[in-house]
Design a protein around this ligand. Structure first.
Ligand SMILES: [Zn+2]
Length: 300
């Protein structure tokens, strides 16, 4: 089962969280039929969105991560909620690359380094909070660390990993994040850094059978920690015909009327395999609706 746990050091200076997202990354792989390197890129970004999502303060908030470095995978998107539930996609989910010089899946090569990581937080305001930083490596964990340093001024350690089986299924996926709270001074930073020396990779820890709680304890060995809360995140898509209609409406009246000339139009959700069908009549009705909206706006 997917599992995400958040702990706080007893002195209240260090937040540490870890997640086993193997099952939800496997769901994403099946939905999007991702290649190995794309499973790794999407799996890492989904895991980051899951961990970061739990830092949102209210149930109806959400967080979107978008990374695009001009690499062959195109944009990778992940959306997280406060319970760590996620959904996402890779634009070009089938591209494959040779292993990098370390013999690892070349996520940085697939994502590219010439672009940005964008973090969009929908926190119930009219305009969402948007933070954007230049990509550091495209390996995603480093980029998340850089985002917190530059945009939120929160010292953060982030590690993410996805291990893919030869048959393309996901052997292990997960990550951890350590954040220093404002009460932490330099000695705390030194103690955190000292604890990270010689740490195995996330996927090594997971394949050794370590739970997210074991990982939390392992990554901050110099602190006594207590559990704050635990979640069981899943891959959840909230699409519906109404949402797809709203997306269609935004394409404008003319494109709707153009689509209505076909015998039927099918729209596949970006995030899951669901397909929504629209008849020419439905599309024409939507087109009328888009005109009505304009008139309303003019009257105001
Ligand atoms: Zn969907």
């Amino acid at each position: 089962m997917n599992n995400l746990i958040r702990c706080l050091s007893e002195d209240g200076t260090v937040l540490v969280m870890a997640a086993d997202t193997t099952e939800l990354v496997e769901t994403a792989r099946q939905y999007h039929e991702t290649s190995k390197v794309c499973s790794a890129a999407l799996g890492r970004l989904l895991t980051a969105a899951s961990l970061m999502g739990t830092l949102l303060k209210s149930d109806d908030y959400s967080l979107t991560l978008r990374i695009n470095g001009g690499g062959p995978a195109g944009s990778v998107i992940a959306v997280g909620d406060p319970h760590g539930n996620v959904r996402g996609y890779v634009m070009n989910s089938h591209i494959e690359l040779p292993l990098n010089e370390k013999g690892k899946l070349d996520v940085g090569g697939a994502v590219g380094k010439d672009g940005h990581l964008t973090v969009i937080k929908d926190i119930g305001m009219r305009d969402p909070y948007i933070g954007q930083i230049p990509i550091v490596s495209g390996e995603i964990a480093e980029d998340v660390t850089s985002y917190y340093a530059i945009s939120e001024q929160v010292p953060t350690v982030c590690a993410l990993g996805v291990l893919v089986n030869p048959d393309l299924s996901i052997a292990a996926a997960g990550g951890f994040m350590i954040q220093l709270l404002p009460t932490a001074d330099d000695t705390i930073i030194d103690r955190v850094e000292a604890g990270l020396q010689g740490l195995p990779s996330v996927t090594e820890m997971l394949t050794q059978g370590m739970s997210p709680l074991d990982i939390c304890k392992k990554v901050v060995p110099n602190f006594e920690i207590g559990v704050l809360d635990e979640e069981h995140p899943e891959y959840v898509c909230n699409c519906s015909k109404e949402r797809v209609e709203a997306a269609l409406l935004s394409t404008g009246r003319e494109s709707l009327l153009e689509m209505a000339e076909d015998a039927g139009t099918q729209v596949r959700c970006h995030f899951c395999p669901k397909i929504y069908s629209f008849t020419p009549d439905e599309l024409r009705k939507l087109a009328e609706g888009s005109v009505d909206d304009d008139e309303d706006d003019e009257e105001e």
